[in-house]
Design a protein around this ligand. Structure first.
Ligand code: CUA
Length: 177
């Protein structure tokens, strides 16, 4: 079979495109640090989210230090605020450490998205959404609810303050037992 040179060039170009597309998909899957939220956070009774002394971490939400390089942040989302996160109660965490967010809802489905990062999950009543991240750059990051959750959905937001490790003071009273 005789293949015309011109046709060979186009066959080669088409093959290159296909390889290129596969490479971008592969990069997006493993190279860009994209992580799917799975069910590793576990389940929780949404009615019990805010009852005291349940030992879930959500009865007194906030930052819990595991060790010098790992912090866990318990956040309750409910119409129309994040606790902590909203208003004068921002989430304060140190830079350059592993931070695991455990987020659940006390009422309806919300979203939990930290602006300018790839932290983005739905928050479903009865489920704990668990996302682990590392913030290299100190600063204040916006926090938004990106799932429609009611009349004031558009006002549901907050902030995450990432503080240089040397300036971070951990409030021991927030320790859960
Ligand atoms: Cu909460 Cu939208």
């Amino acid at each position: 079979m005789q293949v015309h040179n011109f046709e060979k060039v186009w066959l080669g170009a088409a093959l290159l495109l296909i390889v290129g597309f596969i490479a971008t998909i592969a990069y997006g899957t493993v190279g860009a640090g994209v992580q799917m939220v799975d069910d590793s956070g576990g389940e929780i009774d949404p009615q019990a989210v805010q009852q005291s002394n349940t030992g879930t971490g959500f009865d007194d939400p906030g930052v819990v230090k595991q060790n010098d390089s790992h912090y866990v942040v318990y956040v309750v989302a409910q119409q129309f605020q994040f606790s902590p996160g909203t208003g004068d109660n921002p989430i304060r965490i140190p830079a350059d450490t592993r931070v695991t967010f455990r987020v659940t809802s006390a009422d309806v489905t919300h979203g939990f998205s930290i602006v300018e990062t790839n932290i983005n999950t739905m928050v479903i009543p009865g489920q704990v959404s668990e996302v682990t991240a590392r913030f290299d750059n100190p600063g204040t990051y916006g926090l938004v609810c990106h799932e429609y959750c009611g009349a004031a959905h558009h006002e549901m937001g907050g902030s995450v303050e990432v503080v240089p490790q040397s300036e971070y003071t951990y409030n021991e009273t927030e320790v859960q037992n």
